[in-house]
Design a protein around this ligand. Structure first.
Ligand code: NAI
Length: 462
């Protein structure tokens, strides 16, 4: 007989595992199905966490080699133990995936390993090499995430020509790494390998990096990355790439050819919906492969829900987590909420780039009148002391009401600084509200306060 649950969650990434925990907290009997042997999804296993571990390690290497002398710290020969760096990254991942296992036990969530297929409105079959089990569920949540999108002509061999997963594990520092796509992944992993010694060339189809992010900051960020040694070729269409005798050849703009040691394909991600049995439920993904849902995350099939990368919106772990919580709360209590206007996006390069709310381009396109306050880190005492003065804070506020509409930061610890902006925006703050909050001195957060003052032309230190 099929084991019966209130909720069966398919996928144990940040969307699925968080939804499972919240639903269990609210008293549901929950099973979570995951085909990988460890929990945490792309984010924990081969995404956010391992990339941040390598960004941290590579930054320390780079700083020890080139950044300590100015502090009066002299070192001898600095050498790289890449294998040790990769092992440390793996141990960070292991600790966190084990942590999710612990949370599942604590919340009495049943973990089932295998490939899930929905066979009816309340039926899920899980297959693994060991066995096939059938589950009965009052509700089913699809949280299967996404995978690297392919590019026509690029022959990915998951070795020389690979995705972010391979780029977290190169066994040697590539002599020349070509990155296709100047988005989140391209810039973060491009930074890692540049710091470790690779020549890095980023090829981007558009005339700018980081499409979707504030254009002014993206342009400034590009200059900073160029100074760090990353080469950019914009307006460059990649039409093919293949491996020949251990070397890669990349075809650009149809006629040009580039030769390199490794290729990282990072042109976006596509939702994982294959093999779930959607056809039999009458669920039709849209032209981008995303599953349509209503405001309660219900698909066109009753009792079947979806959240995270498989539905519309940015493919970000924290967006999936918010949806996981809102889904579980709506299911059990009837109420839940995600504020889609206030989802921060962060690129963890050095300096970091962080953004929340609307960009200038978006406001202009929507015909919204806005005031703008800018404050450069050059004029912030703490940034000077840190030796990290590149970048600025930019606040965009409604011209009539002063309500904050967007905050964009390029600078040290921008990813942490943006949290204040997100909290303020969630509370519907004006730039005056931020300007009137006492910010401790000397901190980087003063740059946010000063940018808020600058909206009204009264920054003190600039
Ligand atoms: P992305 O969407 O951020 O960037 C892809 C880039 O590739 C774009 O700039 C696009 O114009 C370019 N491109 C597309 N086709 C091309 C072609 N034929 N030739 C050259 N360039 C081309 O995608 P990415 O970096 O692969 O990241 C995937 C997802 O993972 C993102 O949606 C992001 O949300 C998420 N992610 C988030 C991170 C974070 O929050 N820090 C880190 C890594 C990934």
């Amino acid at each position: 007989m099929a084991e019966s649950y209130d909720l069966v969650v398919i996928g144990a990434g940040p969307g699925g595992y968080v939804a499972s925990i919240r639903a269990a907290q609210l008293g549901l009997r929950v099973a979570c199905i995951e085909r990988e042997s460890s929990l945490g999804g792309t984010c924990l296993r081969v995404g956010c966490i391992p990339s941040k571990a390598l960004l941290e390690s590579s930054e320390r290497y780079e700083e020890t080699r080139n950044g300590l002398k100015q502090h009066g710290v002299l070192t001898g020969d600095v050498t790289l133990d890449l294998a040790a760096m990769l092992r440390r990254k793996d141990s960070v991942v292991l600790a966190l995936t084990k942590g999710v296992e612990g949370l599942f036990k604590k919340n009495r969530i049943t973990r089932i390993t295998g490939q899930a297929r929905i066979t009816g409105p309340k039926r899920v079959v899980v297959s693994s090499p060991k066995e096939t089990v059938e589950l009965e569920a009052k509700s089913i949540l699809i949280a299967t995430g996404s995978q690297s999108a392919p590019l026509p002509g690029v022959e990915v061999d998951y070795d020389r020509i690979g995705t972010s997963t391979e780029a977290l594990n190169y066994p040697e520092v590539p002599g020349h790494l070509v990155v296709i796509g100047a988005g989140y992944i391209g810039l973060e992993l491009g930074s890692v390998w540049r710091r470790l010694g690779s020549r890095v060339t980023v090829l981007e189809y558009l005339d700018r990096i980081l499409p979707g992010m504030d254009a002014e900051l993206a342009a400034e960020a590009r200059k900073v990355f160029e100074k760090q040694g990353i080469e950019f070729r914009l307006k460059t269409k990649v039409t093919g790439a293949k491996v020949l005798n251990g070397r890669c050849t990349v075809r650009l703009n149809d006629d040009d050819v580039m030769d390199c040691d490794r290729v990282l394909l990072a042109v976006g991600r596509r939702p994982n919906t294959e093999g779930l049995g959607l056809e039999s439920l009458g669920i039709q993904p849209d032209e981008r492969g995303k599953i349509p849902v209503d405001e309660r995350f219900q698909t066109t099939a009753s009792g079947v829900y979806a959240i995270g990368d498989v539905i519309t919106g940015p493919m970000l772990a924290h967006k999936a987590e918010e949806e996981g919580v809102a889904f579980a709360e709506m299911l059990v209590t009837g109420h839940g909420h995600v504020d889609y206007g206030v989802i921060p996006g962060i690129v963890y390069t050095h300096p970091e780039i962080a953004t929340v709310g609307r960009s200038e381009e978006e406001l202009q396109a929507a015909g919204v009148a806005y005031s703008k306050g800018v404050f450069p880190f050059m004029a912030n005492g703490r940034a000077r002391a840190l030796g990290s003065t590149e970048g600025r804070v930019k606040i965009l506020a409604d011209a009539a009401t002063d309500r904050v509409l967007g905050v964009h930061i390029l600078g040290p610890h921008a990813g942490d600084l943006i949290a204040e902006a997100a909290a303020a925006m969630t509370f519907g703050a004006s730039s005056e509200d931020i300007a009137r909050c006492c910010h401790a001195h000397p901190t980087l957060s003063e740059a946010l306060k000063e940018a808020a003052l600058a909206v009204d032309g009264r920054a003190i230190h600039f």
